[in-house]
Write a protein that binds this ligand. Structure first.
Ligand code: AMP
Length: 196
């Protein structure tokens, strides 16, 4: 077993959202990751919920790994104070590296970037490229309409209960983080990520 810290990849909005509860939960998540002695892996930006999770994790002593493509770095949105900042050429390289460096994945509220990251890592799990836990932090009931739609997709025969069971959904940070290291699908190793 490696002695590197357990790494959680957090996908979340580059905007703060309208409700204060989103920012609060982002800060709680970053702090809890640090208090557990875990490492945060994220998109490397300073803006929105991304910046808040990273700041909270850093200020409570966590290692924070950011992975950002050159194009976003040029827009000066990269976070300069991270433990590691990897500047890569393409969005595909970025998502691959973020996934390779992570033992589990959590999506906080966010927009199309967050959706894309969540659905990609979920699809990779469904296809067997990895076995790592995936969590949805349902702050302020943000994800509920999407979960309703996903259930509709199951009812219509385009998805199934096994796929749904790959997502752990919770509005509580500690419970969700606990579920990332408990149960049959927890504790995958980042080294085991298959190349796509
Ligand atoms: P969105 O949900 O559309 O705000 O996109 C946020 C997600 O996409 C994050 O998890 C990031 O990985 C990536 N992303 C989008 N915008 C940025 C940005 N300005 N800086 C860094 N990463 C970003």
């Amino acid at each position: 077993m490696s002695d590197r810290p357990y790494s959680i990849c957090v996908y979340c909005g580059s905007r703060p959202g309208t409700r204060p509860g989103y920012a609060e939960l982002a800060t709680n998540l970053g702090r809890s990751i640090a208090r557990r002695g875990w490492q945060l892996v994220y998109g490397g930006g300073r803006a929105g919920l991304m910046g808040l999770v990273a700041e909270a994790a850093l200020s409570h002593g966590a290692r924070v790994v950011g992975v950002i493509p050159q194009s976003l770095m040029r827009l000066e949105v990269g976070h300069a104070g991270l433990t590691e900042l990897h500047v890569v050429d393409t969005m595909h390289q970025r998502k691959q590296l973020m996934a390779e460096r992570s033992d589990a994945f959590i999506a906080m509220p966010g927009g199309i970037g967050t959706f894309e990251e969540l659905f990609e890592v979920w699809t990779w799990r469904h296809l067997g490229y990895h076995q790592r836990p995936i969590g949805l932090l349902d702050a302020e009931g943000y994800w509920s309409p999407m979960v309703g739609f996903l259930e509709h997709a199951c009812a219509e025969g385009f998805m199934d209960a096994q796929q749904m069971a790959m997502l752990k959904i919770d509005d509580n940070v500690e419970r969700l983080l606990d579920s990332m290291v408990a149960g049959p699908d927890a504790g995958g190793t980042a080294e085991g990520f298959a190349r796509i």
